[in-house]
Design a protein around this ligand. Structure first.
Ligand SMILES: *[C@@H]1O[C@H](CO)[C@@H](O)[C@H](O)[C@H]1NC(C)=O
Ligand SMILES: *[C@@H]1O[C@H](CO)[C@@H](O)[C@H](O)[C@H]1NC(C)=O
Ligand SMILES: *[C@@H]1O[C@H](CO)[C@@H](O)[C@H](O)[C@H]1NC(C)=O
Ligand SMILES: *[C@@H]1O[C@H](CO)[C@@H](O)[C@H](O)[C@H]1NC(C)=O
Ligand SMILES: *[C@@H]1O[C@H](CO)[C@@H](O)[C@H](O)[C@H]1NC(C)=O
Length: 213
């Protein structure tokens, strides 16, 4: 870079008889200036890298779309009717408080969905979750009523043994389908799932053990 200008880009200097001497005097200065500017460049690069990593940390914390939490907060049994030994059956309304916990710095909007309540390996109730929205860093709570009945079972007779102990084991599964939107620039699909186990005490009319994964 220091020799090219001599040859090409500065023809007027070439015409001058003392041009070589002058260049000889200027060269070290130009060299010093280059050293300074390359140091400057390094500083600028370092600052850019630091800024970049700060931005990256910021982005990965604020812009990351986390899967919202989804669980049953509380559960209540209403209108419980059950038959004993000779004709085992049950029919009741499961009133659940469902919580969508959004830890994102943006809204989570979800569609309506239908989950299921299981007794053993068969479905005994459908859990209908309405569509909704959990605001940024907030929880959305919904009351969901599910009619649970043994009429859906193909064979209610093997219920007898379970019910004779006075406890009925139930499972529930729901998957939500929704979108997290952060600052209008980040849109990501997120599908939180809820898997809960509970034991219904028939004589006590209560849910004894509620556990969600
Ligand atoms: C279950 O109970 C509800 C009301 O609590 C009733 O409408 C429904 O017919 C009952 N179902 C069965 C199969 O008994
Ligand atoms: C959501 O609601 C619409 C109309 O209300 C219904 O047609 C659709 O089956 C529902 N979807 C689910 C998954 O429940
Ligand atoms: C009955 O109880 C057995 C043993 O606890 C369990 O494996 C089975 O799933 C239960 N059946 C129903 C319908 O709850
Ligand atoms: C079922 O019936 C038997 C006798 O009729 C009774 O001893 C038992 O407590 C009943 N079980 C429940 C869960 O009500
Ligand atoms: C069911 O609940 C009743 C009353 O709360 C209690 O006395 C009984 O021990 C419970 N049954 C079981 C199997 O835990």
């Amino acid at each position: 870079m220091q020799e090219d200008p001599q040859a090409k880009s500065k023809p007027p200097i070439r015409d001058h008889p003392r041009s070589d001497m002058e260049f000889g005097g200027i060269k070290p200065k130009a060299f010093q200036r280059d050293e300074k500017s390359s140091k400057c460049l390094v500083y600028i690069l370092v600052i850019m890298v630091i800024q970049g990593s700060i931005l990256l940390v910021f982005a990965s914390y604020f812009l990351r779309a986390r899967t919202p939490g989804f669980e049953i907060g509380s559960v209540e049994v209403r209108n419980l009717k059950y038959g004993n030994s000779s004709a085992p059956s049950f029919n009741f309304t499961l009133v659940t408080q469902v919580t969508v916990e959004n830890t994102n710095f943006g809204d989570f909007r979800f569609d309506n969905s239908t989950g299921s309540v299981w007794c053993g390996s068969e479905v005994v109730g459908l859990m209908k979750i309405p569509k909704g929205r959990a605001q940024a860093r907030a929880s959305e709570m919904m009351k969901v009523s599910t009619q649970v009945s043994s009429v859906r079972l193909s064979d209610a007779n093997n219920l007898a043994s379970n019910m004779s102990y006075g406890l009925l084991e139930l499972k529930s599964y729901v998957k939500l389908s929704g979108k997290v939107t952060i600052m209008n620039i980040m849109k990501r699909r997120r599908n939180p799932e809820m898997n809960c186990f509970m034991k219904l005490n028939l004589t006590g009319n209560t849910i004894q053990r509620l556990k969600c994964d």
